[in-house]
Design a protein around this ligand. Structure first.
Ligand SMILES: [Zn+2]
Length: 409
């Protein structure tokens, strides 16, 4: 009898060690992949799961660790792809403290604040567990300085690179991501703007991380931007479609234009792909109701800005629509600030994808956006009219040139 018990014990022990070697049982949760995105004020980890799981997140001190316990789960992901250490996360490992428990331990640098939520499957992505490790100090610093120019002497251009992090945006046939193109063009545009006396660029997203749409609107307002350009690249099934298009916010209700409406729905879904918890950033400013006159005025200026951009983009590549279109884009929510959304081209077209990837073409697009901004400011009487020549010399920084961009406020 005793022998039998021992035998059973042995079998049980064997089974246990098997399960701790990550053999998934039927019905187990499986962590299939882990991705990491480093933002200035937080690091986001996204765990791909085969199903919704029960989990808890807690903290251990000395040394500082954040622990995720997942019930009835096994780990099948590869951690080697994570670029560690990052400003928050030093290392990550996993183990099985008990047969039914998967434990993920993250060594963190500062006293970070963890926050977590589950996302349902969306646009080809599976169930996901999102864990944000925020650095409260950095967040406060970022909130203080976010965009706010030290002295508001010049004209501020807010540049919003669409998508980022967990949300790649559209993907080209050769796997070029929209988020990569938008950031490259945004950074190039910022470089030109910052090299121009009297102007300052504010990048709403400066790296490969996700920024919720409401937060983008908040940051545009915080920057006290004089104009905002949200940069995107479109995709459709038909691979021959090409060309740029420019959008402004439609005042209210559904737009008549079905294509524009579909595009807005696609761009507005970014939060669901990139990962936003309900009411994550509920900024009262966003829901603030502005006077109709004020709003109309800015919508008119957005139209003028959009027309300038189409005009300049004509010199950089093909154009899809000759006139600006309107739709309800969430990211254009700072209605008191002239704001446009630009689809640079179709990343779904292999030839255009190749162009969008090219550094030279990215620079061309950025200069076109800059030229259009200058033209817009001139039309609005915000800068003293220059010759067209001056407007295409964005990098001039001599003392004489500084007068060119004297600001009328
Ligand atoms: Zn987009």
């Amino acid at each position: 009898m005793k022998l039998i018990t021992t035998m059973f014990g042995l079998i049980a022990a064997l089974t246990l060690s098997l399960s701790s070697a990550s053999v998934a049982m039927a019905g187990d949760g499986v962590v299939r992949d882990v991705r990491m995105w480093t933002a200035p004020d937080h690091t986001r980890l996204v765990f791909d799961l085969n199903k919704q799981i029960d989990y808890k997140v807690f903290r251990l001190h000395n040394p500082e660790r954040i622990v995720i316990d997942m019930e009835h789960s096994v780990f099948k992901a590869n951690l080697n792809g994570l670029k560690l250490p990052d400003p928050v996360l030093q290392s990550i490992r996993h183990g099985k403290p008990s047969a039914n428990m998967l434990r993920i331990v993250m060594d963190v640098k500062d006293k970070v604040q963890p926050r977590s939520f589950l996302l349902k499957p969306m646009q080809g992505k599976p169930h996901r567990l999102v864990v944000d490790l925020s650095r409260p100090d950095e967040a406060r610093k970022a909130a203080m300085s976010a965009g706010e120019p030290k002295s508001k002497k010049g004209l501020v251009i807010a540049i919003d690179a669409g998508h980022g992090g967990e949300d790649p945006g559209a993907i080209g046939p050769r796997k070029l991501y929209e988020k990569t193109v938008t950031l490259a063009v945004a950074k190039e545009l910022a470089r030109i703007v910052d090299a121009t006396p009297g102007m300052k660029a504010v990048l709403i997203r400066s790296g490969d991380y996700f920024v919720p749409l409401k937060r983008r609107v908040y940051l545009v307002r915080k920057a006290k931007a004089d104009l905002m350009i949200s940069i995107h690249a479109d995709a459709v099934r038909q691979r021959t479609v090409e060309g740029a298009s420019v959008y402004t916010l439609s005042e209210r209700g559904a737009t008549q234009d079905r294509a524009a409406r579909a595009l807005a729905a696609k761009e507005n879904a970014a939060d669901e792909v990139g990962g936003v918890e309900f009411d994550q950033v509920d900024d009262p400013m966003v829901t603030q109701i502005l006077g109709d006159m004020f709003r109309r005025d800015s919508l008119n200026s957005s139209q003028i800005l959009a027309e300038s951009i189409i005009g300049k983009l004509k010199g950089a590549g093909p154009i899809k629509y000759d006139v600006p279109k309107r739709a309800r884009f969430y990211v254009l929510g700072a209605m008191e600030i002239p704001s446009v959304l630009v689809e640079l081209d179709y990343i779904s077209n292999p030839a255009r994808e190749k162009k969008l990837k090219s550094r030279a073409h990215q620079k061309k697009l950025a200069s076109a956006l800059f030229g259009a901004s200058v033209k817009f400011f001139e039309k609005m009487g915000r800068i003293k009219s220059t010759s067209d020549q001056a407007a295409v010399q964005p990098e001039a920084d001599s003392v004489a040139d500084q007068k060119l961009y004297a600001v009328n406020r």
